[in-house]
Design a protein around this ligand. Structure first.
Ligand code: C6P
Length: 418
């Protein structure tokens, strides 16, 4: 499979895209040309998206869903157009299934507080994997405490894959929800979410997929996965911060109660009784981050013009190249060698703390993330408290990987570990 992927050439000139659309990648940091390898935390924003935000702020700013005046209607149209773009981008059945949130964390909290409160009772089970981000752990712990539900954890193999046999054994008729990450931010593992969903279905359980690290790197088709909920953030896919998406199957959204109250989510308000708007609007209380929503639409246009399949191919090439170089460095251990990987490569030096590695790399102009990556349980599983993580996007190239490796060799020299 891997050879087959590598033998397909990309048809897009990614280096041209990089120099044309990402001026930030031309700048220097600490006197060195910037190498940005912290895309899993937040990706860079192309000129086209920044320009769209700028145009909105300068020429189109108004509140949405409220005004009869032209400016408000224009802002509403631009903001609502994103819903259609997201629907197409992830192949949802309808725009009614696309809820605007402030990010993946917010999306998962919405499901926990609305779906969880509606469906979970004492001793019902929620299955999570050991490689979840805190955003897909803590909301479930909070709701479990309130409802009496119990959390079960799927272990991860020594390579960094979900243990599918253990998962099978955890599933039962008590399982109400399975919530797993599509691509792990800490290991880079791409999980078999279609299969995970199908297995949950056999026990009548719903499935939430945390897609924060998947949507920026590959084509995602929620109908093909057949999950009930899918969550992701705009700022990891060339869009702005403060905006995200929750996809939910219409049958669930229609039954779920609102999670926050306020303006825009209502049908009629009296002091005696309030009735709610329909989904998705009943979940969107208050004035939203309008510019960010329009920005996500521009980011989707941008990514679609390049093509997500092209992006996936290019990233695979650069990640494979970087992996082969990092493997050659003595004294480095990869954190996770999963069957299928996307974007992120994490590693540990035997004798050097990750924060020292990150600090020295930064002095070389190389931006990586160090620490527990908000995924403490998986670090603990492997007996680590911190790793260094390089995470790639389509605008990274082999030279970036070389600069990372040079930086890592410099770290070794600095600490004289050979
Ligand atoms: N991971 C990272 O550096 P928000 O913050 O809501 O946009 O995304 C939360 C989140 C949820 N799930 C996964 C798999 C994630 O990777 C993240 C964000 C960043 O890895 C910041 S901690």
């Amino acid at each position: 499979m891997k050879e087959a992927v590598q033998s397909i050439a990309t048809t897009v000139d990614f280096n041209r895209i990089r120099s044309r659309d990402f001026p930030i990648l031309e700048r220097e940091v600490n006197g060195k040309p910037l190498v940005y390898l912290d895309n899993a935390a937040s990706s860079q924003m192309p000129r086209q998206v920044a320009d769209r935000l700028d145009r909105y702020h300068r020429m189109e700013h108004a509140n949405v869903h409220r005004g009869i005046h032209t400016l408000s209607q224009e802002a509403t149209d631009a903001y609502e157009a994103t819903r259609e773009k997201v629907k197409t981008f992830i192949n949802a059945g309808s725009t009614d299934e696309i809820i605007y949130t402030t990010g993946t964390t917010d999306s998962i909290n919405l499901v926990a507080n609305s779906f969880g409160r509606l469906k979970f009772g004492k001793d019902d089970e929620i299955i999570l994997s050991q490689m979840e981000h805190h955003a897909n752990i803590v909301p479930w712990q909070m709701i479990a405490e309130q409802t009496g539900a119990v959390i079960k954890v799927i272990p991860v193999t020594d390579r960094g894959d979900i243990d599918m046999q253990a998962y099978k054994e955890l599933l039962s008729d008590k399982t109400k929800l399975v919530a797993v990450v599509h691509v792990s931010n800490a290991l880079g593992t791409v999980n078999p979410v279609r299969e995970i969903t199908e297995m949950a279905r056999q026990h009548g359980a719903a499935v939430l997929i945390d897609g924060a690290q998947a949507v920026p790197h590959q084509t995602v088709d929620v109908q093909e996965i057949d999950c009930d909920f899918y969550a992701f953030s705009a700022h990891k896919m060339c869009g702005p911060t403060g905006f995200g998406i929750l996809y939910g199957k219409k049958e669930h959204l229609d039954a779920m109660p609102p999670y926050r109250g306020g303006g825009d989510m209502i049908d009629k308000v009296t002091f005696e009784k309030t009735t709610y708007n329909i989904a998705p609007f009943k979940f969107e209380a208050g004035t939203p981050p309008i510019a960010a929503g329009i920005g996500l639409g521009a980011a989707i246009d941008y990514l679609q013009e390049i093509g997500m399949d092209q992006i996936a191919l290019r990233e695979q090439q650069v990640v494979d190249y970087a992996l082969s170089k990092i493997r050659d460095i003595n004294g480095i251990r990869l954190f996770g060698e999963p069957e299928k990987r996307a974007s992120a490569i994490a590693f540990v030096f035997d004798q050097i703390h990750a924060h020292d590695v990150g600090t020295i790399l930064d002095k070389q102009g190389v931006a990586v993330r160090t620490g527990h990556h908000c995924a403490q349980p998986i670090l603990e599983r492997f007996g680590e408290s911190a790793t260094t993580r390089a995470s790639f996007s389509f605008y990274n190239n082999e030279e970036d990987a070389d600069r990372l490796v040079e930086g890592l060799n410099y770290v070794k020299e600095f600490f004289q570990t050979d």
